[in-house]
Design a binder for this molecule. Sequence first.
Ligand code: 9MR
Length: 629
Amino acid sequence: MNFKSTLIVTAYAASTLFAATVYQNQVGFLTNGLKQIVVIDGAGKDVVFKDSAGTAALTVTAPEAQAWEPAGKSASLVDFSELKTPGTYKIYIGDEEVGHPVIISDNAYEGVTKGALKFFYFQRASTALEEEYAGIYARAAGHPDTAVRYHASTGHETSLDSTINGAKGWYDAGDYGKYIVNSGITTYTLLQLYQQNKAYFDTLKLNIPESKNEVPDILDEIRWNLDWMLSMQDKDGGVFHKLTTKQFAGMVMPEKATAVRFVIGKGVEASWNFAAVMALAADIYSPYDSVFADTCAKASVKARWWAYTHPTAIYEQPKDIGTGTYTDALVWTLKLWTNAELFRITGDKVFTDSLHSLKITRKKASLQSWSHSLMLEAFTIATNPEVFEAADVDSAKAMIFTLADSYVESLDKNGFGVAMTNNDFYWGSNSIAANKGMVLIHAYILTKEEKYFNAAIGLADYLLGRNPLDKSYLTGFGVNPVMNPHHRISQADGIEAPVPGMLSGGPNASANDAGTCRQDYAKGKAPAEAYYDNACSFASNEVAINWNAPFAYLVGSIQAILATGKTYDTSSKSKATYNNLESIPAKKPQFKPATARNRLVVKGNSLRLEMTGVDGVKKYYDLRGKKLR
Ligand code: 9MR
C-alpha cells in the first residue's frame, strides 16, 4: 500500500467512524402511514430526505437516543411521516448518504402481501409448479400422497395395502411434513385476513393456476390446504395428527424425497384444531361452493364431537418417528376456540354452554401460537358482536386490549420503536413480531385508535429491515434480504436466491441448533442479533407456514385498510345457515340410569352392556365394566 492509498483509507475510516448508521424498512412506506427510521450515533444531527432531483424534501433533527434492550444499543427514532409525496428518496446526514433508498407509495405493502401469500403456492405438495406461475422456481411434482400408509399410532391396520389418500396441502416449513396443528392456526389466520378485508382481497391476484376462476385467489390458495385437512379426518370423526415420513428428508427437491409417508397419531389437538378451522371455512366458502362449505361444516361438528368424547387422546410422538412433534398444545384453548367458531355458524346453544363453562380462563390472555389458541377465539368473538353475547364480546375485547396495550407501552422510550422485548427472541421470534401485529390490528379495528395501527407498522418495519442486523427477513424483498434459509427446496434447486416471500424464523437467543451449525451465533450477542443466515440454522433461519401467515395478515391488513379505507368486515356473504346439522349432539353424554337406557346385548358369543346416552350415543362395556371399542 503506498502513501496515497493509506491516506485515502484513513480518511474513509475516519468518515465511517463518525458516520451514523441507519436501520429502516427496506421495502417501502405507505403514503399515509407512519414513517420512521432508526439512526445510531446521530442524535442532534439533521437527517435530510432528498427526492430524485436531489432536492431536500424534508429535514428532521434526530432526537435523543433511547435504548432498545434487545438490540443492546441506543438509537434515535426519526419520524418523517410528514413526507407524503410518493417517490424514492435518499437519506443524507451531512454530506453523506446513509441507509437505503426510501420508497413511499400508496401500495408499498402490496408486493410483500402478494409475496407472502404466494409462498403458500410454492409450498404446495402433490403438484408440479408450472413456469407460468412459479417462474424460475418451477419444479416437478413431489409427494403425491395418494396412498399414504397408516402408522400404528392411528389405531388402523398398518399393512401395505391399507392406505389413505392424503394429497395436497402445504409443506409445513423447510421440511416436507404436513401437520394439522400447525396448519390449523395458519389457515385460520389467512381466512381471517380475507374475512376482515374482503374488499381488498376479492380482487388481489396471485398468479396461481386458479387465478382465472371466480373465486378470490387467496381463497383458492387456502382451499389447497383445506382439501388436505379434510382428508385427514378418520371415519369416526377423529383427525390424524400429521402426515410425514418417519425421519426428516435430506436437503433434496420434493420429487427426490421419496421415503414412505405415514399418517401418524389421532388426537384431540388435531381434532379440535380441525373443527375450528372447518367451521370458519364453511362460512367463508359458502358463497362460492355450497357443497364444499357443507362438507366443512359437517366435518367440523364430527371432529368436535370426537374430541369432546375422547378427552384423553393426547398426541404422543411415537418412538420410531423423528419429524416435528407439535405436542403439548393447550387443549382447553382449542376447545374454546372451536366452540366459538361453531357457535358463530350454527347459533346452537350447545356451543355457548361450553364457552361459558370455560369462561373463567379468559384472564389468561397470551399471544396466539400453534400451542395457544385463546386469542384466536378472542378475535372471532370480538369481531362478531352481532353473534355473541355482550359479556363474551367484552371479555374477548378485554383480552385483546390487555395484550395490545402492553405492546404499546413497551414502545415508551424505545429507540427502535419496535414492540419486542428480550423474552420474545426464541424459536420463530419473527412470528412473535407478526402475531403481535395481528393483535394490534385487532385492537385498531375495534377502536380506530392510531397508536395500535402505528405499533403494528413498527413491527412490519422491524421485519423488513429496521433491526440491528439491517436485514429484511422476507426472502426476495429489500436491499439486504435473507439468502440462506433452512428450506429444502431453496437449498436444492440450484438457484442462488431462495424462493421469494418467505419469512425467516429470526433471531433466537437460545440458538437451539448451535451444535448442528458448529457455531454459537448467540454467544455475546444481543437477543435481536442472535441470528445466522445459514441453511444449517433451523432454529433461527427456517421458514414455516405459521410464520408467514401472521406476516401476511400484518402487511396485508395494513395495506388493505389504507388502500380501501375500510377497517373490517366480518359479514358473511352467504345466506347459508348451519342450524340444522344432523350430527350436532345436544349435550355431553350422560349415562345416568334415570335418563339413559341400558340393556344387555349379545355380540358374537359374548354378553355386553349397551348404554345409550341422552344424546343417543351408544357405548359398550364388558361385564366387568371395562369400556369396549
Ligand atoms: O415452530 C416450532 C417451534 O415452536 C418449536 O419450538 C420447534 C421445536 O419443537 O418446532 C418448530 O416447528 C418445526 C416443526 O416441528 C417441524 N417443521 C418445522 C417447524 C419450524 O421450525
